[in-house]
Unconditional design. Sequence first.
Length: 115
Amino acid sequence: MNSRHKDLILQAYAAFNRQDANALLALLSDDVDWPGDEVRLHGKDAVRLHLLGKWAKTRPHDEPVAMSDLSEERSAVHIDQVVYALDGSVISRGMFEMTFQIEDKLIVWMNFKKL
């Protein structure tokens, strides 16, 4: 995996996977633009509520498998995602490409698509 933003992105995935909202939000800009279930989320408070709602129902785990720079500020990450039920059974598994925009060493925008 090679990206100028590798360390920041891997920190974000590590925080997400251990369900550490505070650590993840510390890596986001105050006005972050983030994908929600049906609408775009704006700001850390909206992202926090979204994550806590997801984590109350499921245990997602995102494993980065490839990373590359799209531009100086954008990086793409291919992930293998497994979503577990609270009892540990697998709900879903899939490959996704997540695109991050980084400014001033913070994530300002993220989007994803299923591969």
